[in-house]
Every structure is written in C-alpha cells, then in structure tokens.
Ligand binder design. Sequence first.
Ligand code: C2E
Ligand code: MG
Ligand code: MG
Ligand code: MG
Length: 281
Amino acid sequence: RAKADGRGVARFFDPSMQDAADRRAAFEAAMRDGLSLGQFRLFCQPQFDCHGNLTGGEVLVRWQRGAELLGPDHFIGFAEESGLILPLGEHVLKESCRALARWDGDAMLGHLKLAVNVSVHQMRDPEFPERVARILDVTGAPPGRLYLELTESVFAEDMQEITRRMFELRARGICFALDDFGTGYSSLAYLQRFPLSALKIDRSFVRNLGIDPGSASIVEAIIALARKFELEIVAEGVELEAQRSFLTHGGCSSLQGFLLGRPVPMAEFEHAYSAAGVGHA
Ligand code: C2E
Ligand code: MG
Ligand code: MG
Ligand code: MG
C-alpha cells in the first residue's frame, strides 16, 4: 500500500494509477483480440446530392464487443495513443475496398463513392501510400471511387511529408476530403497546397443553422470558399428539413445526416441500395 514516504515511491505505488494502467492494458488486449476476432465492423452512412440521388457513403467503424456495440468515440482515441490505429485503420481500409470491389458493375452501387476516415497517425506512416496501393491491388477496388477523409489535425504535421504522401495517393486516383472543416487548424493556404477534392462542413455549424446566425454565415463562407477552390462540399449532420433546405439552396453539393440516412451495417447498406441486393458476401 502506498505511503507518502518518497515522491517517486508514492507515485509508483499509487493504487489508482495501478488501476488505470491495468485498465489500459486490459483494454489494449481486448482491442487486439477484437481485431483478430473480426469484432470491428464497418457501418456505412449514405450521402446524397442536392437532388436527393445517392452518391456514396461514409464508412464508420464500430466495435461489436459481445452484445455491446461501441462507437468510435470509445476507442479511436485509445487506438491512436496505443498504435493500434495502424492495424485497425488497415482493417477498415481493406474491408472498404472489398466493398467497393463488390459493388463494381452493380447497376445501383457501381457508381458510388466510399469515404473512409484516415487518422493522422496513418498519414505519418511513410509506408501508408504503399499499403493503400497494395490493398487496392489485392481487392481490385476502383481507386477513383475511394475517398480518404483527413481532419485538419494533419496541418500540425510535417507538411512536406504529408503533402508528398497525398500526391502519391492522388496520382493513383484516390480522392481526399477534409473532414470537420472549420473546427481545427485550417490555414487557407493548405486548401491550395493539398490535392483535395472535397470539404466536409462540420456538424456543429449545420446543427446551429436556424439557431445561431453566425453558423449560417460560416456555412455560406465555407461554401463560397469551396467553390473558389473548385471543391465538392459535403454537409454532415443534417437532421432537419430546414437544414437540408438551407444547404441545398446555398449550393452544397452533398448531404449526409440522420434526416437522409443513419449509419447501418455494410450488408444492410448494400441490401438497401443495390439493384437486386448485390448477393452480399
Ligand atoms: P466523422 O468522420 O466526422 O463522422 C461523422 C459522425 O457524425 C459519425 O459519428 C456519424 O454517425 C455522425 N453523424 C452523421 N450524421 C449525423 C446526424 O445527422 N446527427 C448527428 N448527431 N450525428 C451524425 P461516429 O460514427 O460516432 O464517428 C465519430 C468519429 O469517429 C468520426 O467522425 C471519425 O472522426 C471517427 N471515425 C469513425 N470511423 C473511423 C475509422 O474507421 N477510422 C478513424 N480513424 N476514425 C473513424
Ligand atoms: Mg468522416
Ligand atoms: Mg466529420
Ligand atoms: Mg468528427
């Protein structure tokens, strides 16, 4: 039992710290097991153009831990700290590319884009472009339908390295979207410097449309900016008809949100939107 008879000693034996360390170790072990047991499942949320046509989906990972279905907010941060984000990210990319390959040729799904969230930790990996290329080769996924979503946290990185990796991937046909736009470190210079195809307006601005006039101004400014840079603009978190109407009339190119469709398991997404139920594997 810890006594305060020396700072280091007291800290070392602090039972609450030991508990925390044990909990972290147990969580890490559980995540590793989960990865090898296939407990990380891909959900997909549909995206639509301003006329209401389905244009694609965003992959959102969930952890099926027994009966419990955990959302990414419960484990992505930990995965990033522990390094498990690399195998997890690889799994998500591989499964996403398998889906794209499966959709290829389907009358309904064949033209859809699939957006995959990529952590800055993955972008830091010098091997990342090679890994993606390998996954595309192995799965046979059409690279032009793969969107990688990065958050503005990449702007805090070694810009030369990140930019080089992005161009390498772009050269293979992969597109990039900047996620949660407007909430982070954005410098407008980066919009020009990065090979970006889309901006995603953060949910917090969409949520406040019609409530806080400032958010409407921000959304309008982001749309104007995206137009200048010839970027597609995706609004996320669309929950209300009034938001959809504002965004559509404002010139937003795609919409995503509970109003239009919730994230559902990949098989369900395929079943819901395929021409004849893509004989889901
Ligand atoms: P994100 O990429 O910004 O994803 C959008 C989040 O907004 C998702 O939360 C989605 O379920 C939620 N959402 C969509 N429409 C609405 C709406 O109308 N209302 C509300 N209230 N929420 C909506 P989710 O699935 O919990 O994911 C949270 C975050 O976790 C994602 O934010 C993304 O940053 C991260 N994430 C998810 N999957 C992955 C992954 O495979 N890899 C990495 N690195 N991060 C991931
Ligand atoms: Mg995203
Ligand atoms: Mg987002
Ligand atoms: Mg987010």
